[in-house]
Design a protein around this ligand. Structure first.
Ligand SMILES: NC(=O)c1ccc[n+]([C@@H]2O[C@H](COP(=O)([O-])OP(=O)(O)OC[C@H]3O[C@@H](n4cnc5c(N)ncnc54)[C@H](OP(=O)(O)O)[C@@H]3O)[C@@H](O)[C@H]2O)c1
Length: 269
């Protein structure tokens, strides 16, 4: 992929996202660093500069649908074209906390906000041709199931169940997007980055990781930049290779149901 392509990375102020932004900037991409606040974004821009790269920033809260809409509008104004969107931001919540929209935070930040952001950007700068969408899922999806009868887990919250459900939703969303979008215009793929000692892993899972941040960023960098995956869509990757997701990620009815519910809950349609 040629230098100068514009790549937006969400949650690029920390952990795997920050490393992904640093490494993408080193490839010559024009990186747009997204974070929750402008203070955190500015700090990340400093890290990227120190590493010899250059990037621009945008701040909005994925825990607010209004903020996501404002962010999408700002991005469309500032960037007539986005070549790659890396939906990387994510949280692990130990407790059930509702957002200002009255939705469970894990579901909103990890699934609904990227669903809304992606669809809004597809109406403008991300329309292609040859645009790429990457959704950072997790191996944790294999322990997840969609609680369609209670997506917000109001009847019994468990942080791991909420997280695993949201990471399964990332894959279902990717596969449905891939079916809806002509591959020569926009491709959509998802990935497990690896297991890294970030604040999400340490605070959420209470454990350390076995991979480095560089190793974890490598699959996103590969999918964002490699000519090998030009036109490849609707696949799940780990360690820069296509792998099979768990069977529940291949449930076509579930992915259609999730899309419809997400349209309603995000107010997209
Ligand atoms: N670490 C692992 O082992 C692992 C394994 C598999 C998959 N993943 C996935 O990898 C992705 C990155 O995770 P990580 O481990 O690098 O986590 P991290 O270090 O905690 O970074 C998460 C990023 O998302 C941002 N974010 C969280 N909530 C947000 C909100 N409401 N609005 C805007 N930004 C928000 C964070 O911003 P703040 O700094 O402001 O919080 C941060 O920049 C996630 O999707 C995660 O599910 C991680």
């Amino acid at each position: 992929m040629t230098d100068g392509r514009i790549v937006l990375v969400t949650g690029a102020t920390d952990g795997i996202g920050l490393q992904t932004a640093v490494d993408l900037a080193r490839t010559g991409a024009r990186v747009v660093v997204h974070g929750r606040t402008s203070e955190k974004v500015d700090k990340a821009l400093g890290v990227i500069e120190e590493a010899g790269g250059r990037a621009e920033g945008v701040a909005f809260d994925l825990g607010s649908l209004a903020s996501v809409r404002q962010g999408a509008e700002e991005l469309a104004r500032r960037f007539p074209r986005l070549d790659v969107l890396v939906n990387n931001a994510g949280v692990f919540m130990n407790d059930r906390v509702l957002t200002e929209d009255g939705l469970e935070t894990t579901f909103q930040v990890n699934h609904l906000a990227p669903f809304l952001l992606t669809n809004l950007l597809l109406r403008g700068p991300l329309a292609g041709p040859r645009a790429r969408i990457l959704n950072v899922s997790s191996i944790a999806h294999s322990r997840g199931r969609m609680h369609f009868e209670d997506l917000q887990l109001a009847r019994g919250f468990n942080g791991y169940a909420a997280y695993a459900q949201s990471k399964l939703a990332n894959i279902l969303f990717t596969f449905e997007l891939a079916e809806r979008l002509p591959a020569e215009q926009v491709t959509a793929n998802c990935l497990h980055p690896g297991v890294v000692s970030t604040k999400l892993l340490i605070d959420g899972f209470g454990m350390g990781g076995s991979d480095t941040a560089e190793e974890a960023a490598a699959t996103s960098v590969f999918l964002a930049t490699s000519p090998e995956v030009e036109g490849v869509t609707g696949r799940y990757f780990a360690r820069q290779r296509e792998v099979n997701p768990a069977p529940q990620a291949l449930d076509v009815a579930a992915r259609k149901r999730l899309w419809e519910l997400s349209e309603q809950l995000s107010g997209l349609s």
